[in-house]
Design a protein around this ligand. Structure first.
Ligand code: CTP
Length: 153
């Protein structure tokens, strides 16, 4: 039995996350996902749209994920590897080299990310849509203002 472990925030679940987790499950029999808690994200200087409990629930709902645990601090990886009898610790390649020091206890591998998508990209697109809406609203308000002024004059 091969157990694979990975970690991440997994906010606004997207196809890059799904493809990574699917590939990780294919590497073994059991896939465990450590989802970063809100407090740990804060420590990393990251914020999420969905709170931890919801991100956890979404990852748990994926058929190819066997277990979800909370990722609460940087140092827990070595303990988790022992606790869950992990054979492979795997991350996307944005983390290359970061966890090599855990090697010895476990095989550490980095998988290529899916190109062209990230939670940050999605947040940027959404905030642009909001900005466009505000701009359109401002234009409409100033047009109405001009019209009212014309009617008064
Ligand atoms: N990941 C991936 N392909 C992507 C995006 C993420 O394989 N296009 C992987 C990451 O390498 C990581 C895991 O998914 O191992 C969780 O990444 P996370 O940081 O939660 O997702 P991102 O979309 O990278 O979020 P952000 O933009 O906030 O960094």
């Amino acid at each position: 039995m091969t157990t694979v472990l990975t970690y991440g925030t997994f906010d606004l679940l997207h196809v890059g996350h799904v493809r990574l987790l699917r590939r990780l499950k294919a590497l073994g029999d059991t896939l465990i996902v450590g989802v970063s808690t809100d407090a740990f994200n804060e420590l990393k200087g990251k914020s999420s749209i969905y709170p931890f409990a919801e991100r956890r629930e979404i990852i748990e709902a994926l058929g190819f994920v066997d277990q979800v645990i909370a990722e609460e601090h940087w140092e827990q990886k070595r303990d988790d590897v022992q606790t869950y009898n992990v054979d492979i610790l795997a991350m996307g390649d944005d983390w290359v080299g970061e966890f090599d020091d855990i090697a010895g206890d476990v095989e550490v591998i980095y998988l290529p990310r899916t190109e062209g998508i990230s939670t940050t990209d999605i947040k940027t697109v959404i905030s642009r849509v909001e900005e466009d809406k505000i701009f359109a609203l401002e234009q409409a308000v100033s047009q109405v203002g001009r019209l009212v002024k014309k009617l008064r004059d």
